[in-house]
Design a protein around this ligand. Structure first.
Ligand SMILES: Cc1ncc(C[n+]2csc(CCOP(=O)(O)OP(=O)(O)O)c2C)c(N)n1
Ligand SMILES: [Mg+2]
Length: 273
């Protein structure tokens, strides 16, 4: 892979990733397109520009860690890991098939480059805290980034981890909330409202930023600010659109966990030229 901080180049990579996501889930005939598409700019900015990592040495002890706590969105992570060179691109279309390394939720038994097996929502921030604390105790420079869903953070374990992070001054961890405003079968505001969300994270002692999660320059600035923040963890509330990039999936709760039909895949790929 060739790292870059150039926005047009990163946007081109996002398009490649979105095309993989749509094709993979279409081929599998099952999966979660909406929350994979909403997180594309976040993962691409991290993997191509921000994270200290090296696909040639996945076990490098000083690497930064990324945890996809909202594991159901794994097609975005699989496409990113494959494009970075961690895993085979030519197997992406085996998503969710028996024997595939690309299972329906991320599984470290099949992909050692994953930092965590996820999919049972609510656990990723706690795992990230452990990794961050271990890096501190070992005197390593590693930073930890955890991507959470907005529906996911209705879980109590998230707030236990949030308390831990502030109390232990975990300034090497960043919690990202993919604030696409839709959870499994409807809008967050109708199921269990999170607002005032920024005030919640601040009241838990986190340095808290709000960005447009599809604006790569804004994400780069937020990651830089997080890296410069000492004595407190950073939360980045990323406002996103579920299904981003595919007109009929955007902001449509149906595409949380429904695969596109072959005709819908074709239509989506036309839109993602
Ligand atoms: C502990 C747990 N409970 C329930 C589920 C089933 N589940 C999968 S996705 C999802 C909704 C997640 O919504 P959100 O966090 O907003 O994800 P996104 O919108 O980013 O797809 C639920 C309830 C799960 N995976 N884990
Ligand atoms: Mg959501």
């Amino acid at each position: 892979m060739k790292r870059t901080n150039d926005i047009p180049q990163l946007q081109d990579i996002c398009k490649v990733i979105r095309r993989h996501i749509v094709r993979m889930i279409g081929e599998a005939k099952s999966g979660h397109p909406g929350g994979a598409l909403s997180a594309v700019e976040i993962l691409v900015t991290l993997y191509w520009d921000v994270l200290r990592h090296d696909p040639a040495q996945p076990a490098w002890p000083d690497r930064d860690r990324f945890i996809l706590s909202k594991g159901h969105a794994c097609p975005v992570l699989y496409a990113v890991l494959a494009e970075c060179g961690y895993t085979p691109i030519d197997q992406l279309m085996t998503l969710r098939k028996l024997g595939s390394i690309y299972q329906g939720h991320p599984d470290r038994r099949f992909i050692p480059a994953l930092e965590a097996s996820t999919g049972s929502l609510g656990q990723g921030l706690s795992m990230g805290m452990g990794m961050s604390l271990a890096a501190r105790l070992d005197g390593r420079p590693s930073r930890t980034y955890v991507l959470l869903g907005d529906g996911e953070i209705q879980e109590g374990q998230i707030w236990e981890a949030a308390m831990f992070g502030a109390f232990h001054k975990m300034d090497s961890i960043v919690a990202l909330v993919d604030y696409n405003r839709i959870q499994l079968d409807g809008f967050v505001k109708d199921i269990m409202e999170l607002e005032p969300l920024v005030a919640k994270w601040r009241s838990f002692g986190w340095h808290t930023l709000e960005v447009n999660g599809h604006d790569i320059a804004a994400l780069q600035a937020a990651f830089a600010e997080a890296a410069g923040t000492k004595g407190a963890p950073t939360a980045i509330i990323a406002h996103t659109i579920k299904g981003k990039g595919v007109s009929f999936m955007e902001n449509n709760p149906k595409f949380h966990g429904v695969a596109p039909t072959p005709a819908e895949v074709e239509q989506a790929l036309k839109e993602l030229q």
